[in-house]
Write a protein that binds this ligand. Structure first.
Ligand code: NAP
Length: 307
């Protein structure tokens, strides 16, 4: 029977640490503020954002939600970019989160490039990508929340990935690619498989760890469905679920069939576990971004005094 990886206690501890940091920043005259932008009227994205907003309220972070999906598709990207530029200039907003995925007709790279790197709490702007593609310090730099959150969780359970074959199902900008880089930095052998991968099943069957970040449950998707079941993994593998999909009725589906995987895996996440770590690191990143903003304000004040 597998050890069940649960992130809730760790999440609560991080949330408390963040609350105390936010209060210190407030005492120093810095408002910690997060703007979350919904570009698509999608139940899963709305669920994520509502949880993130609640976390902000519990830690003293000011937050606002922008429902850009109310604009028609033809003008939505333009409106989104206009909004991001306005938020970049505001002093009460120190973090900007564009909830992904974007609708297919929007250019992800063009949108992300507009977010000020100092407010990029998802760590996905070209500048921050450059940082995590080279050398970084998670206490000071803005790294993608889910990827760093998963590594934090593995550390918490003292799971050393060094030397492991880790198969990541999915290669998105948000999850798969940053996870691949961060795992490589920990001396794992990560492989991202995706829709075109010919040997995905073989690789999954060999893997020491399988991380599923797809979001295409067979219950909702007839094309390219994905669900990891116990018969697909090797005895003793570690299984991490990232994928979540919610339908309009509020039913939630995951990438991993928890029950069948439990019988074979050595460790398995509860299906909602990674969500807690993503939220924890969003809070942490929001504090890091506010600190960066505070330092910049301080430098500007010194610069003005010197003129
Ligand atoms: P995404 O941008 O849609 O990427 C999905 C990836 O899965 C793509 O690389 C896609 O391959 C691949 N894929 C699709 N069908 C597949 C199949 N049948 N077999 C193998 N690979 C397949 O999604 P994302 O932003 O990475 O998110 C993935 C899931 O994780 C979603 O359910 C999302 O809601 C969830 N998520 C959860 C958290 C959390 O905190 N728990 C955080 C972020 C995301 P191609 O590249 O070939 O299209």
């Amino acid at each position: 029977m597998a050890v069940i990886i649960d992130a809730k206690p760790l999440f609560q501890r991080i949330r408390e640490e963040v609350r105390s940091e936010v209060s210190k920043l407030k005492d120093a005259g810095i408002t910690v503020g997060l703007a979350a932008i919904l570009a698509e009227d999608d139940p899963t994205s709305k669920l994520y954002v509502s949880k993130k907003v609640k976390d902000c309220a519990k830690t003293g972070i000011y937050s606002e939600v922008w429902e850009i999906y109310r604009h028609p598709p033809a003008s939505r990207e333009r409106e989104l970019i206009k909004l991001i530029r306005e938020l970049n200039l505001r002093h009460d907003i120190t973090g900007i989160l564009v909830q992904l995925p974007l609708p297919h007709y929007m250019d992800l790279y063009r949108v992300l490039a507009c977010v000020s790197p100092e407010k990029d709490v998802d760590g996905l702007t070209p500048f921050n990508k450059g940082i995590w593609m080279s050398s970084y310090d998670p206490r000071k730099n803005l790294l993608p929340c889910t990827a760093i959150g998963i590594l934090d969780l593995l550390d918490h359970y003292r799971i050393d990935v060094s030397g492991m074959l880790v198969v990541i199902v999915g290669r998105s900008e948000l999850v798969g690619k940053p996870l691949h880089k961060l795992l490589l930095d920990r001396d794992a052998t990560p492989v991202c498989v995706h829709r075109k991968s010919r040997r995905a099943a073989e690789l999954i069957a060999e893997a020491d760890m399988v991380i599923c970040a797809v979001g295409r449950p067979p219950e909702l998707c007839h094309v390219d469905p994905f669900k990891l079941t116990g018969d697909m993994i090797r005895e003793g593998a570690i299984v991490i679920n990232v994928g979540i999909r919610r339908d309009d009725e509020g039913n939630v589906y995951y990438d991993v069939d928890f029950e069948s995987v439990c019988d074979k895996a050595s460790y398995v996440t509860k299906n909602e576990t990674v969500g807690y770590m993503t939220r924890a690191w969003l809070l942490k990143n929001t504090v890091i971004a506010a600190r960066i903003f505070g330092e910049k304000l301080g430098r500007e004040k010194i610069h003005q005094l010197n003129r």
